[in-house]
Ligand binder design. Structure first.
Ligand code: PMP
Ligand code: PLP
Length: 480
C-alpha cells in the first residue's frame, strides 16, 4: 500500500468472472520469492544462465531534438547503453542479466518504480491501496480487463461509446459479450443517457444482464476525437457509482493534448513541470475514490508502438488478478523493451525530461491538426460537411449531410457512406468509415461519418488527400 493517509479501495469480487477468480499464483513464481534469502542456491527454476546470453550489451542512439525543451537532454544526439553485468560491476540499478531473464509478469521492479512515481506525479490517486503493473500495450490491457470482468455464461454485457475503438469491439464480440453503445455529444458519452439505460434495463428484452462495466476512451476518443471535460467525467463517475459500474479507462492519448491556439505553443519556452501537469485534465483514476477504475496507459502513442509496452493502474485486488492472467499469457513485456525504455525514461530523461518530450509532441501534433483543419476549410464543401476541432489525440471526425445527395431517398446511409469511401479509394485516398466503429452495428444507421487522422501523413499529403476527398464529395453531391 502506497499512502496510508488515504482510504482503502472497495472490493470488486461481485464483478469478477469465475475464470478470473480461479486463477492461482504460478507455483514457480511463488517459489522464486525464496531467492530473496541471502545465500540461497536455487536448483528450482529453469532460468537460463546469463553466461549463455548472446548479448553482452545493447545500446541505442537518441536523436537531438532542437528546441524540444529547455532541458539540455534534448540538445545533442546521445547514446543509452546497458551491459550484461552492470549491477554487479557498478552502481547501475538494472542490467541485461535481469532484463533478459525470466522475471515477474508484472514487469521489472525497475520499470514499476518509474511507473509508480509517474502515477503519483500525474494522477495522485485518492485511495491508499492502488497498484500498477506493466502490459504489452493497451490492446492486451483491454483484453485482460474483459476476461476479468465479463463472462458470456453469466449473460454479461459492457457499455462503450456509441462509436468505439474497433479493436475493443473485436475483443468482446468473439467472447460473446454484448456491447451496449452510449449516445455521445461533443463531450463524449452522455451520463443521463447511461443512467436512463441502466435504470430501465430489461434483461429479458435486451438478451443480456444489466451492464456492469463501462469501457471509455476519455481523451481524443478513437474514432470521434472527442475529449471529456472534467465535469463530464465526474457526472459519468457518479452514474457509475449509482449503478455499481466498474470503469475501464483506456487513455492512450491522454498526453496528446492539442491547445486550440496554435501560436501559443510555437517557439515558446516550455512550461515548468507543475504548470504542465496542472494544465492536464483530471483522469478518471485521479477522481476515483472507490478504486472502481482500471486505468490503461500505453507508451505506443508517446514513445513507440513497437515497444509493446504499457501499464495498468487499479486497486491492489484488481492488479493482483490482472498479474495472475499475465503469468499465463504474455508473461510481461519484452526484456529488450523494458531495458531500453527504462534507460530512456528513467536514466536519460527522468520524469521532467519525459514531460518535456510530451510537450514537444503536443506542439508537433497541434501543428499537424491545424494543417488538417486548414485543408478542411479550404477544400471541403461546407454545405454538406461539418467537423470537430479535436482538443486531443490524432483524429478528426467528419459528418456528411447525406440526405443532401441527389436522389438521397433511393439510398441508405450505408450506401452513401460506401459510395464516398469508394470514390476516395478510386482517387488514391483511404479514409476510415464511421460505420466501422459502431458499437451496435445492427441498429439502423442514421448518420454518415468519416475518421481522418493527422498523425501519419506529411502536410503536403494531408492537403492532397483532403482536396481529393472534397472533389469526390462534390462529384457525388453534384456541387460546383
Ligand atoms: N513451455 C514449456 C514446456 C516450458 O518449459 C516453458 C518455460 N519454462 C514455457 C513453455 C514458457 O516459455 P516462454 O518463455 O516462451 O513463455
Ligand atoms: N486503445 C485505443 C483507444 C487506441 O486508439 C489504440 C491504438 O490505436 C489502442 C488502444 C492500442 O494501443 P496499444 O498499441 O497500446 O496496444
Amino acid at each position: 500500500s502506497r499512502s496510508s493517509d488515504r482510504p482503502a479501495a472497495k472490493r470488486w469480487d461481485n464483478h469478477l468472472t469465475d475464470e478470473c477468480r480461479a486463477r492461482a499464483p504460478g507455483i514457480l513464481k511463488v517459489a522464486a520469492r525464496f531467492l530473496k534469502r541471502p545465500g540461497m542456491i536455487s536448483l528450482a527454476g529453469g532460468l537460463p544462465s546469463p553466461d549463455y546470453f548472446p548479448f553482452s550489451s545493447i545500446s541505442a542512439t537518441i536523436p537531438a531534438i532542437p528546441g524540444a525543451a529547455e532541458s539540455d537532454v534534448f540538445e545533442a544526439e546521445s547514446t543509452i547503453a546497458m551491459g550484461l553485468r552492470d549491477i554487479a560491476s557498478g552502481d547501475a540499478a538494472f542490467d541485461l542479466s535481469v532484463a533478459l531473464n525470466y522475471g515477474q509478469a508484472a514487469g521489472s521492479a525497475q520499470m514499476i518504480r518509474w511507473i509508480t512515481e509517474h502515477t503519483e506525479l500525474v494522477h495522485k490517486p485518492l485511495y491508499a491501496d492502488w497498484d500498477t503493473c506493466l502490459t504489452t500495450g493497451n490492446t492486451a490491457g483491454i483484453y485482460q480487463a474483459l476476461r476479468m470482468l465479463c463472462d458470456k455464461n453469466r449473460g454479461d454485457s459492457w457499455m462503450t461509446e456509441e462509436y468505439c475503438y474497433a479493436s475493443a469491439l473485436e475483443t468482446a464480440l468473439p467472447m460473446g459479450i454484448k456491447t451496449v453503445g452510449i449516445k455521445m455529444d461533443a463531450d463524449g458519452p452522455i451520463p443521463e443517457v447511461m443512467d436512463e439505460l441502466l435504470t430501465n434495463w430489461d434483461a429479458a428484452k435486451k438478451g443480456a444482464r444489466k451492464p456492469h462495466v463501462l469501457y471509455t476512451v476519455p481523451t481524443g476518443q478513437n474514432p470521434t476525437g472527442s475529449t471529456q471535460s472534467a465535469a463530464r467525467k465526474r457526472a459519468i463517475y457518479k452514474a457509475c457509482q449509482k449503478h455499481d459500474i466498474y470503469i475501464v479507462e483506456d487513455d492512450p492519448y491522454y498526453f496528446l493534448q492539442l491547445p486550440s491556439n496554435s501560436n501559443s505553443h510555437q517557439n515558446s519556452s516550455k512550461l515548468p513541470i507543475n504548470t504542465f501537469l496542472s494544465n492536464l485534465p483530471p483522469s478518471f483514476l485521479s477522481i476515483d475514490t472507490d478504486g472502481r477504475v482500471m486505468r490503461i496507459d500505453s507508451f505506443s502513442k508517446v514513445i513507440v508502438p513497437g515497444a509493446r509496452m504499457g501499464w495498468v493502474t487499479a486497486s491492489e485486488q484488481m492488479i493482483e488478478r490482472f498479474i495472475r492472467h499475465a503469468e499465463t499469457a504474455s508473461q510481461g513485456p519484452s526484456g529488450f523493451s523494458q531495458a531500453l525504455i527504462y534507460k530512456l525514461v528513467d536514466e536519460k530523461w527522468g520524469h521532467q525530461g519525459f514531460l518535456d518530450w510530451l510537450q514537444h509532441l503536443q506542439a508537433e501534433y497541434t501543428g499537424r491538426r491545424d494543417v488538417m483543419l486548414a485543408a478542411f476549410e479550404k477544400f471541403l464543401p461546407k454545405s454538406i460537411v461539418s467537423w470537430n476541432s479535436p482538443s486531443a489525440g490524432m483524429f478528426c471526425w467528419i459528418k456528411i449531410k447525406h440526405s443532401l445527395r441527389p436522389n438521397a431517398k433511393l439510398y441508405s446511409a450505408l450506401d452513401i457512406e460506401e459510395e464516398i469511401f469508394a470514390a476516395c479509394l478510386k482517387r488514391g485516398v483511404l479514409i476510415a468509415k464511421g460505420s466501422w466503429f459502431r458499437a451496435e452495428p445492427d441498429l439502423p444507421l442514421d448518420d454518415v461519418f468519416f475518421r481522418l487522422t493527422f498523425a501519419a501523413s506529411s502536410a503536403e499529403n494531408m492537403e492532397v488527400a483532403v482536396r481529393t476527398f472534397g472533389t469526390a464529395l462534390r462529384s457525388i453531391f453534384n456541387l460546383a
